[in-house]
Design a binder for this molecule. Sequence first.
Ligand code: A3P
Length: 296
Amino acid sequence: TEKCLLFGNLYQYQGFWVSSGNYLQKIVTCQNQFEARDSDIFLVTLPKSGTTWLKAMVFALVNRTQYDPKSTQHPLLSNNPHQLVHFLEFPIPRNGVDSSTPRLISTHLPLVSLPESVKKSGCKIVYLCRNPKDNFVSRFHWQNKLRRQEMGGISLEEAFESFCRGVYTYGPFWDHALGYWKQSLETPERVLFFKYDEMKADPGNHLRKLADFIGCPISKEEESFNLVDQILELCSFDHLSNLEVNRTGKLLPGINNSNFFRRGEVGDWKNHLTPEMAQKLDEITKEKLGASGLTF
Ligand code: A3P
């Protein structure tokens, strides 16, 4: 057990940190009771890696026949993406829009902690990772926004030390990413490994790869009417963050939908980390990722 700056006590479970006994209990319940289906699509991320964006894109892709991305009735126009694709391990109120087959399910759990039924099933897993410096900065802002309401801010230096030691919910970063990275090399048909940074640089081809991987490739006809651009536009940071639902809505008490949208860019760490901090994080990353082939 370690004291967490944000959530009180953190517990180490299967090599990763989770908050509060109650929450740990929820994870164990999922591990024991969740029944995966071969058709399930899992979206896995560390917090602040682009989960919201990935959820929007996969929801729009999978449901494109039912919901035209240009429709003024599209569920993404009136729901935060987290209301459309639920977390395995957190209760978020359902709101009637159901993407039943295939089921879209998200989680922050590390590979080692996924329910056995997920590991044994033929379900697809999309893992989205983000360079650790931006992931840290995004997490720092998120934590501070939530924490300020409760108990005052937290300094960047304190948060940075915790990040480097891997002591925060779902940390350490490197172990989390490596678990899925290695699995994606072993069973590429089951695990697709994406990086937020690369997705920002070439979103169109990432969307096409995503569609191929989850078994709903973009057809020639869809290409001819620019479906890819339509989905990217629908799910873009500028579009989603300016919707009324995401400016004023609440996901849960104390969590505003707007909290999920800050800058949505690559390299914001340059505005927050000192050169020494950046160097330290780079060195840890190099050492932890070693010769795995995973680089940032
Ligand atoms: P920043 O804090 O760097 O802006 P998560 O969705 O996993 O909570 O991650 C949140 C991060 O993704 C935030 O990063 C947020 O701004 C960014 N984000 C949210 N929606 C996005 C979108 N549609 N496109 C790109 N980035 C997005």
